[in-house]
Design a protein around this ligand. Sequence first.
Ligand SMILES: Cc1ncc(COP(=O)(O)O)c(C=O)c1O
Length: 369
Amino acid sequence: MTYRINPNLLKVPLYIAGKSVEEVQREYGLDDVIKIASNENALGPSPMAMEAARKMLSEAHRYPGISERDLRQAIAPRIHSSLDERNVIVGNGATDVIRMISQSFIFDGGEMVTCSASFPMYHLFTTMFGGKPVLTPPTPSLGFDLKAMASAITADTRLIFLCAPNNPTGLIFSKSEVADFMKRVPENVVVVFDEAYFDFVDEGADYGAGTEYVLAGRNAIVVRSFSKSAGLANMRVGYAVSKPDIIEYVHHAQLPFNNGAVALAAARASLDDHEHLKRSKQFAREEREWLYAAFDSLDLTYVKSQANFVLLTNLPMPAATLNEKLLRRGVIIRPMAAWGMPNAVRATLGLRAENERLIEALREVLKEK
Ligand SMILES: Cc1ncc(COP(=O)(O)O)c(C=O)c1O
């Protein structure tokens, strides 16, 4: 007996994760392999988060209790004093939050507008839920082309994703760029500001963040993650902040107990770990600068990043070749072909020794050319 399939689901490619350290060790017969490919925090988890998670483990036999509410109550006033738990929804990583938002607004063939050089989950979820992804190409300097995006809005547009700092470029929007764009977005369209890398933005940068539009009552949603600055990628906690009516509606797409209390407690505790956050921000600033200088010395082209990764562009050889040669030297980075950039790779900021290893490997590979 055959079964019916969902054609929208089949259009979503299976997720192919980057190679793990263990795979590369086995495939290339190497002991010493480093992975600087997934934009994790090289400094590790917040120690306060680890302690809270350990404590919560003794409750592992129970379904999560009040931890989700605790976390929402703690997040809201940190975003703005006028917000409370009704403004926040928590998901299994920002990925799950983006899934809930997509499922809530993309139905009945709705359209989603974003830039082709951005986080792929926006268009994958739109496809999964039977919508139409509208991807505008980036500007020559690899930024979101906000004018092209505004022109791509139709009567069927339901969602717009803005990602800043953008993955994979690390670029942000200025305040006036976002303001001009928002003037062109019809009030009924929901604009999602993916700010997973928010904490890494330089203090004092002209950064057009989304909170101001949530506070102004627009149909805007800010998405953030505990996977990056808080160093909790394996705990899978992210959240969205918006108007209470939007949050209440998106709750309909939330699975019961979508986060375990161990993860929720870790995320909650990390909010108070100002020391870890400060160190993570400073680390990103320092390692970015260190890498820029090293890339300059190798004559490599890169995008100046406001996140914990750097995109190398205009490579002197195909990214796939470069990637293979780096893998042979035990260095895992992320080729960007699947992101529509066949000539680019993204390197996450590693510890200094890891970054040195990347530069040494690049130096050898470029000499071989
Ligand atoms: C821009 C962006 N948004 C969201 C996410 C998802 O993060 P998570 O699901 O780990 O919270 C990522 C992960 O790399 C990302 O780069």
